[in-house]
Design a protein around this ligand. Structure first.
Ligand code: RP5
Length: 163
């Protein structure tokens, strides 16, 4: 694939089981991405480097997933003008995921993070593709096909229950 336009980052390898869904849907939609681990608390310098260099290396959107005291998406958003999509991950020591959801969702004015549902990495991937698709016809076409297929599936299931 060509140079990555979406950066997928996560706080820990333990987030990968969730975050790989963003990568999978981006592959299906033929959007180039890179994926790595960047921890806000354990590797703060790496987080700063990643956020500050993201735009100049060609990324257009960042998807950041983290759990617990999930500061990664918000801190990255504070250091870049690229849109950041936050994925609250339900980590094993989570209080039902509310810790992750609220620490990503409740951003102060001026520093938005587009927060998807708990463990909603697939939607984060689709949203990132939609941002890319706003300026790229090929991606927009791939999204159109993807949504048509979703519609077909629902219509088929409706037919099958009506029979
Ligand atoms: C967060 O803490 C990570 O994003 C992860 O969701 C959670 C637990 O991390 P590990 O202890 O599994 O590395 O920083």
């Amino acid at each position: 694939m060509s140079k990555p336009v979406v950066g997928i980052i996560m706080g820990s390898q333990s987030d990968l089981r969730v975050m790989k869904e963003a990568a999978e849907i981006l592959e299906e939609l033929q959007v180039s991405y890179e994926l790595t681990i960047v921890s806000a608390h354990r590797t703060p310098d790496r987080m700063v480097d990643y956020a500050r260099s993201a735009r100049s290396k060609g990324l257009k959107v960042i998807i950041a997933g983290a759990g617990g005291a999930a500061h990664l998406p918000g801190m990255v958003a504070s250091m870049t003008t690229l849109p950041v999509i936050g994925v609250p991950v339900k980590s094993s020591n989570s209080i039902d995921g509310w810790d992750s959801v609220l620490s990503i969702l409740q951003m102060p004015g001026g520093i938005p993070v587009a927060t998807v549902a708990l463990d909603g990495a697939k939607n984060a991937g689709i949203l990132a593709a939609e941002m890319i698709g706003a300026f790229d016809e090929k991606t927009a076409k791939n999204l159109e096909k993807y949504k048509d297929e979703l519609k077909e599936k629902v219509l088929k299931s409706a037919e099958s229950v009506e029979e």
